[in-house]
Design a protein around this ligand. Structure first.
Ligand code: ADP
Ligand code: ZN
Ligand code: ZN
Length: 739
């Protein structure tokens, strides 16, 4: 009988499997797909994933090497996980080995045993009292004790920082015998007696209708788009659906954009449930990630909350998937494996035959179209749950009006009035830094990045010019580098400049800036929000970081300084993004007693999309935008794949893409495929970035099946093009930007 041939996926960009002989003494019956094996690879050793066992290999027998070691007694990944990875690799035309690398926790990739470390839980000790006299002068310990007391089943050590629990305070409490640490595995039966740690809110009629519709589809794959205005109580709907999932003995997976995963969100889930919550996002360390992954796989975690990559968390008893803010661009990975977590979540829900809920105040046009086509149930929440009214929108035409650091006269007046009335103002400008360009008034020199086809942004406070595309930084010159004169002027305005100007215009009020530059310090954001929650009049200025996650109930004026970027852009998705941003920012503001106003500065006050958005709301805008997309044959009415290439020398990337194009034309004929257009190759909209010359070839297809048939054959051919060695190339299936 011939030796068994092991076909492995290895961490390599090559779209193929690698054959090995089984390690000595290993029987075929011991092998299952998904098991990890250590194998020799050139001069290195790699860890591969077993995909299949075969009798034959194309590789001559004397060239086949034996695998060195089997790392698992059983596959560390459930079959459903394995299947999802196969699907992902196939659909995104990515190497399977590399797909496993993105999907698995780092430690598993490195060969760590797939076993959970025992988890530590902090508990209130029996007899501990919240009013213990020893804590009279220790407010932090008192707060910590109160927080622990809210969790009758203990707080997992991993979650301390997310609940803003300080370890030192806990240690002091432990010395006093008020709290203890317990190492244990969660006794499931204990939790399951009563899932609710807090009563549920009675649902309003819209929430109830939505919940009931989703519940009716609970037993199998069903997709729902929960389109609810900001503050309409979508989260409450999620929580009640999760409770039903838990009661059915199943697990729920909740995906959230990175920026929303603050302590507030987690605390809301923690407060509601006596459930074990596994948290997966970019800040958890490798060990925590593996523990959370294993806990979910083994059914020990009841609720899994995480960002994009948490989509790849196996579940023993999957019951429900929720994608919050489904329109958010952070669900699309923009490097390596360019997957879209929302789209994959739908595939996963279908594979596991469970319901999925996509929630958003501003659904993507893709999801809306899926709802129109009957693929998703559309559920609307039109009212704010707390009774707050929707803000009123106003377009402020700034054609031929002078702008003072980006702020027009009427806008300044509106801001002044709001502050004088004791209310707060939110100023939104999606451009950080002081000014987008530095200009020499004498010779016309512009602060161009030496490595990109882009201008460097002026950062006045740090005295730097920074390129936001490649990270290049220079000192801000005092003389023009070209003519030597000193008349250098910042052109345009970013948040830093608007902040400076607002502080001068309104000296009696605090001006708080929120953008990536101001909030890089840890906790800075939370301090800001404390100030805002106190409710005194102030101005809050920031970028899209303001559009997400937080509510600012005391804000009654939202000033949008520039809506035009979204209307002029060459990117066909720009207007959709602009509308989502405006609506999301606007939705952060206002509450019942004080309805909000949103004033939008624009040079295009009559633009039909902007008129629809401000007069009829997001859904009217979306219908208009969808009909424009349909007329232009753009997504979601066609399917795109983008082949990008970049190289050190001009022309190299195009050379490769020319060959790729010829190859594609050849395959289209050979496979007899129609309905696919090849657009390009053309230089990328920003041709040079970080010192490389970039070009792209766009494939536009009116149906998915022929496009993927082409891609299946094309990518293998591309790997063999010699010109491809000098360029860096990648394929983006369903790209969300064309840069
Ligand atoms: P969304 O997720 O749509 O932004 P939330 O679920 O966060 O909305 O709800 C917004 C606010 O309204 C929260 O303070 C929440 O507690 C409250 N809320 C939600 N549903 C109800 C309800 N049925 N009755 C009373 N208040 C509610
Ligand atoms: Zn000059
Ligand atoms: Zn640059």
């Amino acid at each position: 009988m011939p030796d068994a041939i092991l076909r492995l996926a290895l961490p390599s960009p090559l779209r193929r499997l690698f054959d090995y002989r089984a390690p000595a003494g290993l029987h075929r019956a011991d092998l299952q797909p998904g098991m990890r094996l250590r194998v020799p690879f050139g001069r290195r050793e790699l860890i591969g994933i077993l995909v299949e066992v075969s009798d034959h290999s194309e590789v001559p027998a004397d060239k086949l090497k034996p695998a060195l070691q089997l790392l698992d007694a059983q596959s560390p990944m459930p079959a459903a996980f394995f299947k999802l990875c196969l699907w992902t690799a196939q659909y995104y035309q990515h190497s399977l080995g590399d797909t496993f690398s993105w999907a698995l926790p780092t430690l598993l990739r490195q060969g760590e045993p797939a076993e959970a470390r025992q988890e530590r839980f902090w508990h209130l000790t029996e007899g501990a009292r919240l009013d213990d006299p020893r804590l009279a002068r220790a407010p932090r310990q008192r707060d910590a004790l109160a927080t622990i007391a809210q969790h009758p089943h203990g707080v997992a050590h991993q979650l301390l920082s997310h609940l803003q629990l300080n370890k030192d305070s806990l240690e002091l409490l432990r010395e006093k015998g008020l709290v203890s640490i317990e190492v244990r595995r969660h006794a499931a039966s204990e939790r399951h007696a009563n899932w609710l740690a807090q009563p549920e809110l009675p649902l309003n009629p819209e929430q109830r209708a939505a919940t009931e519709a989703i519940r009716a589809g609970f037993d199998s794959f069903n997709a729902f788009l929960l389109a609810g205005v900001t503050g309409s109580g979508k989260t409450e709907v999620y929580l009640q659906l999760i409770r039903e999932t838990l009661e059915a003995g199943k697990q729920a997976l909740v995906l959230i954009p990175e920026i929303n995963l603050g302590p507030q969100t987690l605390a809301r889930f923690e407060r509601r449930f006596n459930a074990r919550i596994a948290l997966l996002h970019s800040a958890v360390n490798d060990r925590e990630r593996l523990d959370a992954w294993l806990a979910a796989r083994d059914g020990e975690a009841d609720i899994i909350i995480g960002t994009r990559s948490a989509l790849f968390t196996p579940m023993k008893n999957p019951g429900l998937i929720i994608i919050d803010e489904e329109h958010d661009a952070s669900y699309k990975q923009q490097e390596g494996l360019r997957y879209h977590a929302r789209d994959l979540a739908l595939v996963r829900a279908r594979q596991e035959n469970i319901p999925i809920v996509l929630g958003s105040a501003t659904p993507s046009l893709e999801s809306l179209q899926n709802a129109h086509a009957g693929r998703y149930g559309l559920l609307r929440l039109t009212q704010r749950a707390g009774g707050a009214q929707q803000p009123r929108f106003l377009r402020l035409d700034i054609k031929s009006r002078p702008l003072d650091s980006g702020i027009s006269g009427p806008m300044q007046q509106a801001i002044g009035q709001t502050l004088a009335a004791g209310q707060q103002v939110l100023v939104f400008l999606n451009r950080r830094g002081f000014a987008p360009t530095l200009l020499c008034h004498d010779c016309g020199w512009l602060s161009e990045c030496p490595r990109c086809d882009a201008r460097m942004t002026v950062h006045q406070r740090s005295g730097e010019l920074r390129c936001h595309h490649c990270g290049h930084v220079e000192r801000q010159p005092s003389n023009c580098p070209q003519c030597g004169k000193v008349d250098l002027r910042p052109v345009g305005a970013g948040t830093e400049r608007a902040e400076e100007r607002l502080a001068i215009l309104f000296p009696n009020y605090p001006v708080l800036r929120v953008d990536r530059d101001s909030t890089s310090r840890k906790d800075a954001m939370n301090q800001l929000f404390d100030t805002i929650q106190r409710g005194e009049p102030c101005i809050l200025i920031g970028t899209q970081m303001l559009a997400k996650g937080h509510h600012f109930p005391r804000v009654t004026l939202v000033s949008i300084l520039d809506a035009d970027g979204g209307l002029f852009s060459a990117d066909f998705r720009a207007s959709e993004r602009m509308a989502q941003l405006i609506v999301q920012v606007a939705g952060r503001a206002g509450r019942a007693e004080e309805p909000g106003r949103v004033i939008i500065q624009t040079h295009l006050a009559d633009h039909p999309l902007l008129v629809q958005l401000t007069e009829q709301g997001y859904f009217a805008f979306a219908e208009q935008a969808l009909s424009e997309r349909r007329a232009a044959g753009l997504p979601p009415f066609c399917h795109l794949a983008l082949l990008r290439a970049e190289a050190h020398k001009p022309g190299q990337a195009e050379g490769f893409l020319d060959e790729a194009c010829t190859e594609a034309e050849h395959l289209l004929r050979e496979l007899n495929l129609s309905g696919i257009e090849l657009l390009g190759p053309v230089p990328a909209p920003m041709e040079r970035r970080a010192g490389r010359y970039r070009a792209q070839l766009l494939l536009q297809a009116n149906a998915r099946a022929p496009l993927h048939r082409l891609l299946n054959n094309w990518l293998l051919a591309l790997e063999k093009i010699p010109a491809g060695r000098a360029v860096r190339w990648s394929l983006d299936v369903d790209p969300i930007d064309l840069f």
